[in-house]
Design a protein around this ligand. Structure first.
Ligand code: DGL
Length: 257
């Protein structure tokens, strides 16, 4: 098989990266994608750095064994824990990560306060701390670790009372703060965008890094001469460490939100 025709590997701790996959298939409709979600070990955001590093490296190397031409680490937590190491180990493989979209939110003309929602591990890591510090002069960047939120999404609590109760408690301290932007710094969170909007209770812009990641993937494939030349539609394949989640993967891939 020509190198250009090989699939693009996709990885997340579970279902979240499907929100990024959707942006990538929309931008690159002729590419094949092979998505692996590690739902057995989700949530990653509440594990140790070493554990997330090991799980991520193992998953990416399994995708490489299946012949992928590039890899998207569609998980903010795994990106912050392992991307530097992965690039060191595999310097010839295009590896695209994702990080909270703090920059566009902080630089928006009407933005003075930006609330960044992410997993505890993402927020604790150096990579995020540096990112937040770089934009703290342009906006008040408030970091909000959301312990348990990715797990609720994995369990399918998207728009029910369990999700509402969780978000009401989470947002309580911000009831009287002015916040113009919420940044979704975890790929599971776009699936609960309407619940977030409803429970935040005030008009707010909500942004995530999916489109930026898709554009970055396209640029890197172009630069490496790896864009598919086929005209036919590409194919999406899901794999999961909990095989019973495959149906759920397709459901989320096709969900309108
Ligand atoms: N979806 C992942 C992220 O973007 C992590 C969720 C989790 O497993 O904690 O950070």
């Amino acid at each position: 098989m020509d190198k250009q025709d090989r699939p693009i590997g996709f990885f997340d701790s579970g279902l979240g990266g499907i929100s990024v996959l959707r942006a990538c298939t929309a931008l690159l409709p002729h590419e094949d994608f092979l998505y692996f979600g590690d739902s057995v070990n989700a949530p990653y955001g509440e594990k140790s750095l070493e554990t997330v590093r090991d799980l991520t490296i193992r998953a990416i190397e399994d995708l490489m064994d299946q012949g992928v031409k590039a890899v998207v680490v569609a998980c903010n937590t795994a990106t912050s824990a392992a991307i530097a190491l992965l690039r060191d180990r595999h310097p010839h493989l295009p590896i695209i990560g994702i990080e909270p979209a703090v920059k566009p939110a902080a630089q928006a003309h009407n933005s003075s306060s930006v609330l960044v929602m992410a997993t505890p591990l993402t927020i604790q890591e150096d990579k995020y701390q540096k990112l937040a510090a770089a934009f703290c002069h342009e906006a008040n960047v408030i970091s909000l670790p959301c312990k348990g939120l990715a797990e609720l999404v994995e369990q399918g609590h998207m728009e029910d009372s369990v999700m509402d109760d969780y978000l009401q408690t989470l947002f309580l301290p911000f009831r009287h703060c002015s916040v113009e932007y919420i940044v979704l710094g975890c790929t599971h969170y776009p699936f609960v965008r309407s619940a977030l909007r409803k429970n935040f209770g005030r008009p707010v812009e909500i942004i995530d890094g999916s489109d930026g990641t898709a554009r970055q993937l396209k640029r890197q494939l172009e630069a490496a001469g790896l864009l598919s030349r086929r005209q036919a539609d590409g194919r999406v394949t899901f794999q999961n460490s909990r095989p019973e989640m495959i149906g759920k993967c397709w459901e989320l891939y096709n969900l309108v939100y």
